[in-house]
Write a protein that binds this ligand. Structure first.
Ligand code: KIV
Ligand code: ZN
Length: 512
């Protein structure tokens, strides 16, 4: 395909490095399935050597997701590359991505290697990766702050060794669009052999320039963009997939290229990643924010009513936003509910469908209209659960302006009912103290967020919590019409994930 820009999605690797965004295997597979529907060219499924959880998730994705290339990250180290090759064994299309830092500051202080040693490691890593598969990507970490002369030297060497994609990361988000575009232009014109390979850009958002920098790269010859859904990623995040894709589509007159993304799947992907990671999308976020297509000022509303193009540069439906939402209610049956789940992008097993349908029926008895966001919330509760070590059986809380908040909780573990009562500074404190006394563990709550899933006082309350143990952060979410029950469910989910720590949690021995 001419002028085709490859979309390399790293939501499951760089995205997962955002604090609190760790995902378990089932969650990662679900996201990978949605990325396949979205039409991404490459899925970076993880960093195989970093943990057993990452290795297993890459392997599971490699078995299940057959259209895109599945990629695993590796440092320029033998054991990393061997782990990536093993995790990717079952993939139909596979890529090893190996990297080493090339800036003076990283080579001196982090790697403690001379530039010659770095080149030697890079060549060896690419050759080893090449012995396992044809498709090998090399990244010059911190390329944005590297000496361009050294970059040319190392890139020529790894192309000779067999690299098929050369990635230029602005690892610390320091570059400006003019500067980064000029760097790509310089490499494209100076590096011998560069025309045989893809030039990739990987930009971080520390100065809010990740999307602009990636697009400047494209204008100067880059043929692959590394990005994440909702722009999640290390620190301030990465280039947001939805932003670069819609910029290229909307301003084809400028970029003169295409991606193969099915843009109608963007909204579903965004919601899914937000639900799974508990990382909310800011309302004014470009493309996928709740306000991205909302018109508040009277003068804008008037213009949009007369002709949408007065204030809208994109069609909301082109990113999969439903303008006409089919609302379900208590008379909706299992078939209508199943069809709605499909429309919202969920692939659920029969057992998950049954559980979610039960929840839906209970909710429909209490609430007249069940909106898409209600359904997304309850299905996420049922589908993205850690193994249920503890389940909530009963929770009652008394609180008020003249009462000492008191909670009574019953949890079930191995078919046994456990009960505890506790008082606290507030109702959530009392509830969480009662739960803690039952799980017999000191839990370190680092974040608690509550929001309503739809408008109205009868809305579902959705609670997201993050708890920390050592370097690991575990996210739990729960929704219910009673916000205290939602709070208890979120806390128990996070605790179950912590207790089942081998299956999720961020990197352990090989942080990038
Ligand atoms: O930001 C970065 O440099 C990376 C590399 C591993 C590609 O994530
Ligand atoms: Zn990165």
């Amino acid at each position: 395909m001419s002028n085709h820009i490859k979309i390399f999605d790293t939501t499951l690797r760089d995205g997962e490095q955002s604090p609190g965004c760790s995902m378990n295997q089932q969650e990662k597979v679900e996201i990978a399935i949605q990325l396949e529907k979205l039409g991404v060219d490459i899925i970076e499924a993880g960093f195989a050597i970093s943990s057993k959880g990452d290795f297993d998730a890459i392997e599971a994705i490699a078995k299940k997701v057959r259209t895109p290339v599945i990629c695993s990250l590796s440092r320029a180290i033998k054991a990393d590359i061997e782990a990536s090759a093993a995790a990717l064994y079952h993939a139909k299309h596979k890529r090893i991505h190996t990297f080493i830092a090339t800036s003076d500051i990283h080579m001196t202080h982090k790697l403690k290697m001379s530039p010659e040693q770095v080149i030697a490691h890079a060549i060896e890593a690419v050759k080893l990766a090449k012995s396992f598969m044809e498709d090998v990507e090399f990244s010059a970490e911190d390329a944005g702050r590297s000496d361009p002369k050294f970059l040319i030297k190392i890139i020529e060497a790894v192309i000779k060794a067999g690299a098929t994609t050369i990635n230029i990361p602005d690892t610390v988000g320091y570059q400006t669009p003019t500067e980064f575009g000029a760097l790509i232009h310089h490499l494209k014109s100076e590096v011998k052999g560069i025309n045989k390979v893809d030039i990739s850009v990987h930009c971080h958002n520390d100065l809010g320039l990740a999307t602009a920098n990636a697009l400047a790269g494209v204008l100067n010859g880059a043929t692959q963009i590394e990005c994440t859904i909702n722009g999640i990623g290390e620190r301030a995040g990465n280039t947001a997939l939805e932003e670069v894709v819609m910029a290229i589509k909307t301003r084809r007159d400028i970029f003169k290229c295409d991606t193969q993304i099915h843009t109608k799947e963007i909204m579903r992907a965004s919601r899914l990643v937000s639900q799974v990671t508990g990382s909310m999308v800011q309302p004014n976020k470009a493309i996928v924010g709740a306000n991205a297509f909302a018109h508040e000022a009277g003068i804008h509303q008037d213009g949009v009513l007369k002709a949408r193009r007065t204030y809208e540069i994109m069609d909301a439906q082109s990113i999969g936003l439903n303008t006409v939402e089919l609302v379900l209610g208590k008379h909706s049956g299992r078939a209508a509910f199943g069809a709605k789940l499909k429309e919202l992008g969920f692939t659920v097993s029969k057992e998950e469908l049954n559980k979610a349908f039960e929840r839906f029926k209970t909710l429909a008895d209490q609430k007249k209209e069940i909106r898409d966001n209600d359904i997304i919330s309850i299905v996420s509760d049922e589908v993205f659960q850690a193994p249920e070590i503890f389940t909530l059986h009963y929770a009652q809380v008394t609180a008020g302006n003249t009462t000492r908040p008191t909670a009574c909780v019953q949890l079930i573990k191995n078919s046994k009912t456990l009960e505890a009562t506790a008082t606290g500074a507030g109702p959530v404190d009392a509830l969480y103290k009662a739960i803690e006394s039952l799980v017999k563990k000191k839990i370190n709550l680092v974040d608690y967020v509550i929001h309503s899933v739809t408008d109205g006082t009868d809305a579902l309350g959705e609670v997201t919590v993050r708890i920390q143990e050592g370097d690991h952060i575990y996210t739990g979410r729960g929704s219910h019409l009673d916000v205290l029950v939602a709070s208890a469910k979120a806390y128990i989910t996070a605790i179950n994930k912590q207790l089942d720590g081998t299956k999720s949690g961020p990197k352990i021995n090989a942080k990038v």
